[in-house]
Structure formats: C-alpha cells, structure tokens
Design a protein around this ligand. Structure first.
Ligand code: HEC
Ligand code: HEC
Length: 348
C-alpha cells in the first residue's frame, strides 16, 4: 500500500467513525427506553371520592362520562401510568404529563408546549382538571374532539406532540413488563387495544376534579369570604359587560367551564378562529387560573391580572373592580391536586 493510499484510507476511516459517532448520538434518544420502575400502591388509590353537595349537584347535571366507561380504581390507575409514560411518544421523550404538569394545575406554564421533536404546539395546553363537567363532552379549544375518549388518542398520533401510530403503540406497550397486569386488573384480560388505552386515559383524566378550594369551603358553610372576595363574587355573577354578558353567564359556577361557547367570544387572533372557524372558543375550568400563566387559546395573556387590565373585550374591567375580581378568582385555587399522590408520577 502506498503512503497516499494509507492516508486516504485513514481519512475515510476517520470520516466513518465520526459519522457513526454523530448518528449514534442522535439515535440514542430514540432507542433508549424510559425507566420502567413503577411505584404503585398494593391497593389502588380511590378515584371515586365524594364531592361536596354543590359540586355533586353540578356533576349530576353535566357529567360527560359515557355509559360503559365509568371510573374504576384499576382503570384510573392504568390511565395514570399511561398519562406519565414517555413510551407513548415515538422517541420516548414526551408523556401527556410533559404538557399537562401536575405542579402547574395540569397545564403548561409556557404559552406553547414542545413535542417529541422539539416542535411547538399550535395552541396553549389546556388544563385536564374538571373536564368531566363539560356537558357536551367536546374537547379542545375548538371542540374538534367529540368526546374525551376520542380526544385522548389524538395527542399520541399528533405529528408535533407524540408522533406515534396506534398499532405501533399497542405493540410497544405489550413489550413492557408492567402493562399486561395493569390491563388485566382494569379490564379483566391482559389484552392491549387502543380502545382500552383510550378508556383508561379518559378515566384518569375525568378523576382529576378540584373541590377543596376556599370557594368550596364557603359553599359548604365551613368558611366565609372576606369582604373583597364577596364583592368579587358579586361582580362575577352580576356585572354585565358591554355585550350584556356577565362572567358567570359564560363561565358557569361551580366549576367555571364555559357553559355557552355559542356566545361568540375569542381573543383577537388573526391566525386562529376556533370552533368551525367562527371566532368562538371553549375555555376550560377557571379553577386555578388565578395561579396560571399563559392564558387563552394562544397563551398570549400573561396572567389573570394582565387579563383584567389588558383591554380584552368581556374580560377587562374598570380599575376599581380588578382587585375584587382577582380576590374572588383566587378563592377558586385548590392546591391539593398539585401534590395528591393518586394524580402524581408513578415512575418516581
Ligand atoms: C406536546 C404537548 C402535549 C401533549 C404531549 C399532550 N397534550 Fe393534551 N393538550 C395540549 C394542547 C396544546 C392542547 C390544546 C390543543 C387544541 O385545542 O388544539 C391540549 C388539550 C388537551 C385536552 C382538552 C381539554 C379540554 O378541556 O378540552 C385534554 C383532555 C388533553 N389535552 C389530554 C391529554 C392526554 C391524555 C395526553 C396524552 C395521551 C395529552 N393531552 C398529551 C398539549 C399536549
Ligand atoms: C361571552 C362569553 C364570555 C364572557 C362574558 C367572559 N368570558 Fe372568559 N372566556 C370566554 C372564552 C370563550 C374564553 C377562551 C377564549 C380564547 O381563548 O380565545 C375565555 C377565557 C377566559 C380566561 C382564560 C382561561 C384559560 O384557561 O386560559 C379567564 C381567566 C376568563 N375567561 C375569565 C373571565 C372573567 C373574569 C370574566 C368576566 C370579567 C369573563 N371571563 C367573561 C368566554 C367568556
């Protein structure tokens, strides 16, 4: 071999090694499986709890739980594992909980959320709290999912969010040591299907209800509003804005989910017109919104204080009313859900 040829071979070899090194680094994130150490209690947590009367009454009127998918402790437990399992994304980097963080009232503090390849979602993440109180059952800001059971399978298949296909997911989950037993407990046989994945995720999401805020203690006769909180509640219930609507006519107590997305309202946004392209949006629960950042469908409103002062139609109020409305909205904050074990990451 001539010196020239050896040099050439060396260069080729170095290039190959470099190439492998680079592609390996890139590939590693896609092959590495997340930690599969599950930490579940011997007896499952209780997911059907008794609510105070004002919440129970609202639930009886608005519950979107379909026949055939009532919450069971084993079903919601499986749903909890799925909700926190990064295996639901194609490269094992993103779980539902990545964009719906327990510590952040099951939404994302950022205006938009990052998917499995770093791409951003088109809208702000919605809270998964209290969704079972949305009577029509339609999900997403633009209500494009007819039911929660339909909705929960969409992020899995979304090309920005998790990038999977359902057949690939079923195969992938069957290879995990922990799933056959969890499906057996939840559904009576170890068979994994996308229908069962959907049902279990929906059960877990429906179980996330806030009912232990100051507001709830007041409505149960165990506490009283301060004068400014009481003034804020009166404004919320009775002060009509220029359109003749009160806050409560669109965000109905006690769960404060939009009761009437037919009343046209959207934050002005040239690139997004919501439901049927008609400048209408759903809003999720206002509970815990007083501690949230990045509000509205595009996450562009920094917080409730900025909303009340920002000149937003139907949402900004005269200076003397701001402190009272804010004080009232703060009584809707329930901190127990932020740490409750039955809603927490079971892989820790
Ligand atoms: C990459 C971030 C991301 C991931 C991962 C993700 N979501 Fe979401 N979620 C969002 C965004 C953004 C929206 C609002 C999208 C829209 O309206 O177009 C949303 C909306 C929802 C809603 C609608 C709530 C309502 O009131 O209408 C539910 C329920 C939900 N997600 C549950 C889940 C579940 C269950 C998973 C896992 C299977 C999941 N999400 C994974 C970002 C994410
Ligand atoms: C005409 C119906 C209507 C009225 C009146 C109304 N809202 Fe809303 N509200 C909505 C809709 C719809 C959205 C979501 C719109 C969007 O994202 O573009 C929303 C969003 C919000 C949000 C952000 C929710 C989130 O999860 O990001 C808060 C907080 C809020 N409203 C509080 C109030 C308060 C307080 C009042 C009274 C001062 C009020 N709203 C009056 C319909 C209404």
């Amino acid at each position: 071999m001539t010196k020239k040829k050896t040099t050439l071979l060396c260069v080729v070899a170095i290039v190959i090694v470099l190439f492998q090194y680079c592609t390996k680094k890139k590939g590693e994130a896609t092959v590495e499986e997340p930690a599969s150490v599950l930490n579940l209690p011997a007896t499952p947590y209780a997911y059907n709890v008794s609510f105070p009367a004002h919440v129970a009454t609202a639930l009886a009127q608005t519950d979107n739980t379909p026949a055939g998918n009532a919450i069971t402790d084993n079903g919601a437990t499986l749903g909890r594992v799925l909700f926190y399992d990064k295996s639901l994304s194609i490269n094992n980097t993103i779980a539902c909980a990545s964009c719906h963080k327990q510590s952040n009232s099951f939404t994302d503090p950022a205006p938009k959320s990052s998917g499995f390849a770093g791409g951003l979602t088109a809208r702000h993440s919605m809270s998964t709290m209290n969704v079972r109180f949305y009577a029509s059952g339609k999900m997403f800001w633009d209500e494009r999912a007819a039911t929660l059971e339909d909705q929960v399978l969409q992020p899995i298949q979304n090309s920005v969010e998790m990038g999977m296909t359902l057949p690939a997911l079923v195969t992938k989950l069957a290879d995990k040591p922990y799933y056959p037993g969890l499906f057996q407990s939840a559904f009576g046989s170890p068979t994994i299907t996308s229908d069962r994945i959907s049902k279990a995720l929906a059960q877990f999401v429906r179980s996330i209800v806030t009912y232990q805020a100051k507001y709830d203690r007041v409505k149960s006769g165990q506490d009283v509003f301060t004068p400014i909180e009481a003034q804020g509640e009166q404004l919320f219930l009775t002060a009509a804005g220029p359109g003749g609507n009160t806050c409560a006519s669109c965000h109905r107590p006690p769960m404060f989910i939009t009761s009437n997305p037919a009343a046209p309202f959207a934050l002005a946004d040239p690139s997004d017109h919501g439901i049927d392209n008609q400048n209408r949006f759903k809003s999720g629960t206002l509970r815990n919104s007083a501690v949230a950042t990045s509000l509205f469908h595009n996450g562009s409103v920094a917080n409730v204080g900025a909303m009340l002062a920002g000149g937003i139609p139907q949402h900004s109020v005269p200076p003397p009313d701001r402190a009272a409305l804010l004080a009232f909205l703060q009584t809707l904050t329930d901190n127990t859900v932020l740490t409750e074990a039955r809603f927490s990451d079971p892989f820790k």
